[in-house]
Ligand binder design. Structure first.
Ligand code: NDP
Length: 247
């Protein structure tokens, strides 16, 4: 248990695997009530059952974050079940890397819809509740790729850079409501993220690299727990972390 996390209601998007799943497990062990969102319903339901089986509280709400009304429904389901939302972790994301000249415009659309619009929809849906509560925390997941652009990461980097800009503007606007805003920018972590890269060579190269140096998702979960557990008057604005071996 963690006294500053115990009893908090945390909504996590992209909770069906990787960073979101690891964070749900850790926060549940620390006493938070979890609301798990992702498209793969059976996965989040299984994770919620696992949390409940160890005495925790969890609700699975199948959600596509690129559909505004589904995100609104997610927030409504969380408030109906637990009466409040203390934290929204906007974590759902996609990274189908490719060079611009491959013109994979459908993948650009997907990244913009999930990585940018999905984050905005989440913020829009929880803001009225957090304003009313006069408390809350929104944690948006950017990336090292949101700090610098690499060949083949142009559109992904643009979306993750947008997440940082949106978060910082939002942070300044919501200070009167006692809402904390946190940006977290991970380096290489071993998850399913690379599986959606459609260019086989790029996927293979990235898998070799991340397989060698990537951190475990627990590293991310620990940092989320750290930022949530700070006293209410302190806002961890931004966290940037990498494996020590990452350039
Ligand atoms: P995973 O692929 O393991 O997880 C991605 C999650 O996003 C899944 O739970 C997936 O669930 C969910 N998701 C994707 N599209 C949607 C959608 N339309 N609606 C709802 N959920 C969706 O990768 P990670 O855990 O690594 O990724 C989590 C976040 O971390 C992403 O934003 C990613 O960009 C970021 N990140 C990851 C890094 C890494 O090295 N792993 C580095 C930097 C940033 P489902 O398919 O069930 O919908």
């Amino acid at each position: 248990m963690n006294e500053n996390i115990k009893g908090k209601v945390v909504v996590i998007t992209g909770a069906s695997s990787g960073l979101g799943e690891a964070t749900a497990q850790l926060l549940a062990e620390q006493g938070a009530s979890l609301v798990l969102a992702a498209r793969r319903a059976e996965r989040i339901e299984k994770i919620a059952e696992g949390i409940t089986a160890i005495g925790g509280k969890a609700l699975a709400v199948p959600t596509d974050v690129s559909a505004k009304e589904q995100v609104e429904n997610l927030v409504k389901a969380a408030v109906d079940k637990f009466g409040k939302i203390d934290v929204l972790l906007n974590n759902a994301g996609l990274m189908p890397l490719s060079p611009i000249e491959s013109l994979k415009t459908d993948e650009w659309d997907q990244m913009i819809d999930v990585n940018i619009k999905g984050v905005l929809y989440g913020m829009a849906a929880v803001l009225p509740h957090m304003k009313q509560q006069k408390s809350g925390q929104i944690i948006n997941v950017s990336s090292v790729a949101g700090h610098k652009v690499f060949p083949r990461s142009t559109v992904y980097s643009a979306t993750k850079s947008a997440v940082r800009v949106i978060s910082e503007g939002f942070r300044q606007e919501v200070t009167p409501y006692n809402i904390r805003t946190t940006i977290i920018s991970p380096g290489a972590v071993k998850t399913e993220l690379l599986e959606h890269i459609s260019d086989q060579d790029i996927q293979k190269n990235n898998q070799e690299y991340v397989g060698k140096i990537g951190l475990s998702p627990d590293a991310f979960a620990r940092l989320i727990s750290f930022s949530i557990s700070q006293p209410e008057e302190m806002d961890i604005n931004e966290i940037l972390f990498r494996p020590t071996a990452q350039e």
